[in-house]
Structures are given as C-alpha cells and as structure tokens.
Design a protein around this ligand. Structure first.
Ligand code: ZN
Length: 189
C-alpha cells in the first residue's frame, strides 16, 4: 500500500492545466511521475472534488467504505443541500433529509441497529412504521389498521396487545427501538 497526494482536477480544469503545462496533445504515459495522470477507473473512500473548481468528480468510483462514509454524512444531516444531493446521487443512495424528509432520528436509530448506514438508507422506507408511545401503542394501531380482530366481536377486549407486540419482536417480525418519547417501530419484512 502507498499513499499518494496530488491535486485532483475535473476534466475541464485538467485540460486547462495540461495546456498551461505545455503538454497538450501528449499521451498519458501511464503510472509515472510525469503528470497529469488520468483518473479513469480509480476509486476512493470518500467523494472527491476538483481542487480547482470544487466540482464533484463523478468518474471516481466510491468503494464500499466510500458509500458508507457518504451514508453516515447523509444520516447525520448535511446542511449543504446541493452537496447532499450530489453525494447521494454519486453513491446511489436515498437522500433522507431533502428528497424524502425522513425522520433522521429514526434513520440513525435504524443504522445503529443494523450496524451500517448504507443498509439503513436502502431499507428505511420499507421498514419504518412510525413513532409510537410504546410497543403496545403500535400493536393497537396495527390491529386496528389490519382489522385482525374485526370478526371476534366483544372478545377483542381480551386481546393482549402488549404480548402481541412482544411476540412480534421475539419472532423477528418487528424491531422496536427506544427513542426519547417512545419507540420507533420497524417491520423486518
Ligand atoms: Zn474543476
């Protein structure tokens, strides 16, 4: 392994630099000390920007670590919306704050639970069922929404919502993650 430091330039700034250096028309001679070198096929652990104009270098592929780094930035809430859009686009990830307006606390809790921010962003929309006061509160809503007990008449009053929620969690169907005022509910299917 080696660490290499040089200026990274976009195509346009690179071409201008080539002209300024009087190397216009010369072929790239491969990996040598004669610069400039071309970055086609290279990859990076973080998004790279042109050192001259600041444009994102889309031609530099992100590694898995690079996508995770972008995902972590996205779920931490990037203030620069333009940058967030460019990075999410480059990493092929949903942009939680701008395009989707997701609850970032819930996304972060989901990422902590999964151990990867990339997977959290890719599965959040499917999995997230909302924020509830408690697991039991989720169960009441779920049973009502699905009409599970609509045919049992007065027997419904004996239904144990708390036990139902607990069984959903133990059986792996649901994940409840505590948050300040209750729980975030996630479906695992
Ligand atoms: Zn540039």
């Amino acid at each position: 392994m080696f660490i290499h430091r040089s200026a990274l330039l976009c195509d346009e700034c690179g071409e201008n630099e080539v002209i300024a250096l009087g190397m216009s028309g010369k072929e790239d001679d491969g990996d040598s000390n004669e610069w400039p070198q071309y970055s086609q096929g290279s990859e990076s652990d973080s998004p790279d920007h042109c050192d001259n104009c600041g444009d994102l270098l889309y031609e530099v592929t992100l590694t898995d670590d690079g996508r995770e780094a972008v995902a972590l930035c996205l779920i931490s809430g990037m203030h620069d919306e333009t940058l967030a859009c460019e990075w999410s686009d480059h990493a092929d990830l949903p942009n939680p704050g701008v395009d989707h307006d997701w609850n970032l606390d819930a996304v972060r809790a989901w990422a902590d639970n999964l151990g990867t921010a990339v997977e959290a962003l890719e599965t959040f929309e499917e999995a997230y069922m909302g924020q509830y006061d408690s697991e039991e509160d989720w169960a009441v809503q779920y049973v009502e929404d699905t009409g599970m007990l609509s045919n049992v008449g007065e027997l419904a009053m004996y239904f144990d919502y708390k036990a139902f929620a607990r069984d959903c969690q133990l059986g792996g169907d649901m994940t409840f993650l505590t948050c300040g005022l209750g729980v975030f509910a996630f479906s695992n299917y």
